[in-house]
Design a protein around this ligand. Structure first.
Ligand SMILES: [Zn+2]
Length: 391
């Protein structure tokens, strides 16, 4: 697998140059996205030898850089541009002199919005294929799978011996989520705790556990809910860790779906979390919001009640494992919670902007404590469900 060794941005008098050192020569495909302006480059799957949070300083027309696995077989970089840009030149330089790696080079210049919009059309930048095919895969991508309508009736098995719990590790791949005070990414914290929680749940023998992702890969938001519905989920937990400008703020909180946010902060948080697809450079221009829903629907009202009951239990149990925010059960319009028939919560495990919270979340021992407390809540929740079914 090709390895990405380094990334840098340089400001030249008439252009901005982006350079990425890669161990091998690779194919690439460039596309542009507007609102905000982004340049997206897809490569075959590559390994990344860049440190978490160690992003290159940005110059010229560029303001941000993200990288990671977009889907099996495709690694992606997303560059944020301050203004409309066009690509003056792209090429791969072979190793030469003291530079032992290949270099992917892309030169950008400022342009106007109408030129940029014209360049967004497919095939404005034809893909560059290298002579030898280095085995990029064509497996069904998560994005293609996501086209499965999210509103299909659930495929619930007739008789289930186990409750199905779907654990969703927030973010992943080209969407790193928040970054902590030490530079660690939210996507790595959420995956670590998702795996630990899956283990403790499986050990009870009571649950079938499904993870929306088990590696560092991007999964679109609507695909996460689709996975839950395909699995016939009885409960859905989305795991996250927040940041806040006030670094003294710490503690966990639990969110359930509501068309009206419980506070401005909750609303802002949902807006941040709902941007995951945009962060990853997914073209959202052609997708309609088929996650819009009718809250008067009886099934959905029942789902909301179940979600709230679980959230109330959860905030109590979580407070035993560490600090929780005041009013720890909050509401907002999170896209990932919008499956109409699956009780669902989103857990913000703590604040990566707070030193103590971040240290706790990086500790396997502390994460085990959190996983235990979540397991206790899940047990309590299903005890009540079973009791209600018996009576
Ligand atoms: Zn998040």
């Amino acid at each position: 697998m090709p390895l990405v060794k380094s990334v840098r941005v340089g400001k030249h008098p008439d252009h901005t140059r982006f350079v990425m050192e890669i161990s091998d020569q690779v194919n690439f495909q460039i596309s542009m996205l507007a609102d905000p302006y982004r340049v997206v480059v897809d490569f075959p799957e590559m390994g990344w030898q860049l440190r978490d949070g160690a992003n290159p300083p940005m110059y010229g027309e560029l303001s941000g850089f993200r990288y990671g696995l977009f889907k099996t077989g495709t690694s992606r970089i997303v560059l944020d541009a301050k203004a409309p840009v066009k690509i003056k030149d792209t090429f791969m330089l072979p190793p030469r002199g003291h530079v032992k790696n290949w270099r992917f080079v892309m030169d950008l210049v400022k342009t106007d919005r109408s030129t940029f919009m014209a360049l967004m059309k497919p095939a404005a930048y034809p893909s560059q294929e290298v002579a030898q095919n280095n085995g990029s895969q064509t497996a069904t991508s998560p994005v293609q799978q996501a086209r499965v309508p999210a509103m299909l009736p659930p495929q619930k098995p007739e008789k289930k011996s186990k409750h199905v719990v779907v654990i969703d590790a927030g973010h992943g791949g080209v969407d790193p989520g928040a970054s902590g005070v030490s530079g660690i990414y939210e996507k790595h914290i959420t995956l670590a705790i998702a795996r630990q929680l899956a283990d403790v749940l499986k050990r009870t023998g009571r649950y079938k556990v499904v993870l929306t992702r088990d590696r560092d890969v991007f999964i679109p938001l609507r695909e996460r809910t689709a996975i839950a519905r395909r699995a016939g989920a009885d409960l859905f937990l989305s795991l996250h860790a927040d940041t806040f400008h006030d670094r003294s703020v710490r503690g966990a909180s639990v969110y359930t779906l509501s068309e009206r946010a419980s506070s401005k902060e909750a609303q802002a948080l949902a807006e941040r979390e709902n941007k995951a697809d945009l962060i990853a450079g997914v073209d959202l221009s052609s997708t309609t919001d088929d996650l819009s829903f009718i809250l008067l629907d009886m099934a959905q009202r029942d789902t909301k009640n179940q979600s709230s009951k679980f959230a109330e239990t959860l905030v109590k149990d979580l407070s035993g494992a560490g600090s929780v925010l005041h009013n720890p059960h909050r509401f907002a319009g999170f896209a990932v919670l919008k499956a109409p028939d699956v009780p669902a919560v989103l857990i913000e495990l703590g604040f990566l902007s707070n030193k103590r919270d971040e240290r706790s979340l990086r500790s396997k021992t502390h994460r085990a404590k959190i996983a235990e407390s979540i397991k206790t809540s899940i047990n309590r929740y299903f005890n009540r469900v079973e009791e209600a079914n018996r009576s």
